[in-house]
Design a protein around this ligand. Structure first.
Ligand SMILES: Cc1ncc(COP(=O)(O)O)c(C=O)c1O
Length: 378
């Protein structure tokens, strides 16, 4: 029998068996007491993970649906929205704002670089919203969310953050002055896909209250009404939310701070392994994420990813958009531990050798990661 694959994608991620088993619950009424309790519990636990006291909306759909819920309720046609773009997912966020008639001003940086804060400062005047992706999954860049939030706040704009793939990095929604956070189950929350969540500050909800509603499914008024009864306006992804509850328990049992430290140790061990193999990271120095590493492998990223899958059952991803074949993307989020990191580095070393990329001596990457783990226990 074949082993299970080791999924090290930038989402979806490996899911713990206890979380998977929670999916196998018998169905229950989403307008009854069992769901009402689940709704209240999950909301409270998500608030702890995101560090917010804001309202949390439960969206049935993937992360894209979460972004669209927030955009459709916050943007009135003609509103000035500054979108910081430096990758594939930021471009999609920009396009979502355009669909809802925003007057989009793009603050653009090269893929792999962080947000251009000076250009942002000179662009925010009169903006209703400043939007960004926290963890740009296409490039492994962890954008400077605190600085962007500060600039947005000073200009009187709402700060909107796509945090679909950033959970596992330090993220403090209220202390940092973020008004909108969008996330989804299948990445750092280590749950199967199917539900997204949008946390909103009071200021964001006030803006939504004044904004014409242009979607029925995503109409926030219907969500607020249903929330009075601890439910959702349409049938939610009950099994996914039930599983998420188990995963959130695991995160809170570990402790949010330790959860972030574990991600940062695993990410650093992985990066040291990569460097020892003579490979370069795609993101600029200082902006590497705890949850996704993007590695430059010019022209052969797809071949390397396919070799890792076919020969070693380790599932990683090649690049997106214009870097389709030049960047290898590895997710190290959720329940990831040292065994996963070491196995992934081993499969990468063997695959590089097999396809003739680089000139690593086998074991150098693994050895560098082990050295790091020996000094940093988690
Ligand atoms: C940063 C970011 N935003 C949005 C999305 C879209 O999420 P989904 O595929 O769940 O719709 C993704 C998916 O990878 C993402 O990484």
């Amino acid at each position: 029998m074949k082993n299970e694959e080791l999924v090290m994608l930038p989402g979806p991620v490996n899911v713990d068996h206890r979380v998977l088993l929670s999916m196998a619950t018998a169905m229950f009424n989403h307008r009854g007491p069992k769901f009402n309790k689940l709704f209240v519990d999950v909301k409270e636990k998500l608030r702890k993970v995101l560090n917010t006291a804001g309202e949390v909306y439960f969206i049935t759909g993937s992360g894209t649906a979460g972004n669209e819920f927030a955009v459709s309720n916050l943007v009135a046609p003609g509103d000035k929205v500054v979108v910081c773009t430096n990758g594939y997912f930021a471009d999609r966020l920009r396009d979502t704002f355009k669909v809802y008639g925003a007057n989009v001003v793009e603050v653009k940086s090269e893929w792999g670089r962080g947000v251009d804060l000076e250009t942002l400062k000179s662009s925010v005047d009169g903006a209703a919203i400043v939007a960004m992706v926290f963890n740009e999954t296409s490039t492994g860049v962890l954008n400077q969310v605190r600085e962007v939030a500060r600039i947005a706040r000073k200009a009187g704009s709402l700060c909107f953050v796509d945090n679909v793939s950033g959970i596992g990095n330090d993220y403090e929604m209220d202390p940092w002055g973020i008004d909108v956070t969008v996330t989804a189950t299948q990445k750092g929350l280590a749950t199967p896909p199917g539900a997204a969540f949008v946390a909103m500050s009071d200021k964001a909800r006030e803006k939504a209250a004044k904004t014409p509603k242009r979607s029925f499914y995503f109409n926030i008024e219907l969500f607020d009404k249903a929330a009075e009864d601890h439910s959702t306006p349409a049938t939610p992804a009950i099994s996914v939310i039930h599983a998420l509850n188990t995963s959130l328990d695991q995160i809170l049992e570990e402790g949010v701070e330790k959860f972030v430290v574990r991600h940062s140790v695993n990410a650093e061990a992985f990066r040291r392994g990569i460097a020892a193999m003579g490979l370069d990271l795609f993101p600029e120095r200082g902006l590497a994420s705890n949850t996704v590493s993007a590695i430059k492998i010019e022209g052969k990223a797809r071949l390397v990813a396919n070799t890792m899958r076919d020969r070693f059952e380790v599932i990683v991803s090649a690049g997106l958009g214009k870097y389709r074949d030049d960047v290898l993307r590895v997710g190290h989020m959720g329940r990831v531990d040292m065994k996963d990191i070491i196995t992934t580095l081993s499969a990468l070393e063997l695959s590089l050798k097999e396809v003739g990329v680089g000139k690593t001596r086998l074991g150098e990457g693994v050895s560098a990661a082990l050295e790091y783990y020996s000094m940093n226990t988690i």
